[in-house]
Write a protein that binds this ligand. Structure first.
Ligand SMILES: [Zn+2]
Length: 302
């Protein structure tokens, strides 16, 4: 039985908005993610009622979402999860994205749609975290996942599908401009690399559904939705996504606004991948664990 909780988030669009201290102190144990993005409760609990009463007294403009908590025991109940790696800030820059073809945006939105990665990722191995999977910071379109050689070899050995890998470079090694180009690779670079970028290539045939939503911000040049509220937990149609282990999507189908593109790319992974990570004690998965605050997967709830 999946456990469904009620969670609450603020409608306030101000990015600097935070919960009043009466809430954040009292309900710390109920916070969604460590940064108190919102709060979640068992529907019938006294804490839930107390939270709602206090939110009402403080006149907070909040909305509710269903939230499904995942524990290690139930891992096989879910066919796929959202993929989140821990973030590593210690990668070297040169700028690996080419923004020339990106959307012009509008007065409110610096739109990043249309950017394209053009170089490989370069690391300083002495500073980089040695996790088996990591993400680069602030990069959501696409997310840039970096995996260890050990994890890469294991994915190939077990026949995982829906991705390709590109070797990363290390800053203390010499490399040429052609080595740096994303799509140029050689057996030597492959053999020498300790880290690889995992690029998800498969897509579900139909994007997942959300229910009724309210769009708060949309780029007027390209129509990409940057902020929306409501919708509940996204769910796929029956039979989707297919048996592919790694898949990426960038839009939702909603009940009242049709299909719309979102600013980020969302990667989902099969249960098999989560099991591989657990069984081999591969490190670096974020937002998946046996204890709260790990409430989110992209899961079907009906
Ligand atoms: Zn745009």
């Amino acid at each position: 039985m999946k456990k469904v909780y009620k969670s609450y988030f603020s409608h306030d669009p101000d990015p600097g908005w935070s919960w009043p201290v009466e809430i954040s102190e009292r309900f710390q144990a109920h916070s969604v993610f460590e940064m108190s993005a919102g709060y979640y409760f068992e529907p019938e609990s006294a804490e839930h009622s107390a939270f709602l009463a206090l939110a009402d007294r403080l006149r907070l403009d909040i909305f509710a979402q269903d939230l499904v908590r995942v524990s290690g025991k139930e891992v096989s109940d879910y066919p796929y999860y959202r993929l989140n790696g821990k973030v590593d800030k210690e990668y070297e820059k040169p700028e690996y994205m080419d923004w020339q073809s990106r959307c012009a945006g509008d007065e409110q939105t610096m739109c990043r749609v249309g950017g394209r990665q053009h170089t490989k990722i370069v690391f300083d191995p002495a500073r980089s975290k040695s996790l088996d999977i990591m993400e680069l910071p602030e990069q959501i379109n696409p997310h840039i996942y970096i995996i260890s050689k050990r994890l890469k070899d294991s994915l190939h050995e077990h026949g995982f599908t829906g991705f390709r890998t590109v070797p990363c470079l290390e800053s203390q090694n010499r490399f040429s401009q052609s080595d740096l180009a994303l799509e140029d690779s050689s057996a030597e670079l492959e053999a020498r690399a300790n880290k690889f970028q995992l690029i998800v290539t498969a897509r579900p045939e139909h994007p997942p559904h959300v229910r009724r939503i309210r769009i708060r911000r949309r780029c007027t040049s390209c129509g990409t939705v940057y902020l929306f509220f409501g919708g509940g937990t996204p769910y796929f149609e029956r039979g989707e996504p297919a048996d592919t282990d790694f898949q990426v999507y960038h839009s939702y189908q909603s009940e009242n606004e049709g299909t719309f593109d979102i600013a980020g790319r969302v990667c989902v992974v099969s249960t098999r991948f989560i099991q591989l990570m657990e069984e081999n004690r591969f490190t670096g998965l974020e937002l998946y664990s046996k204890t709260p605050p790990i409430p989110y997967g992209v899961v079907p709830i009906h």
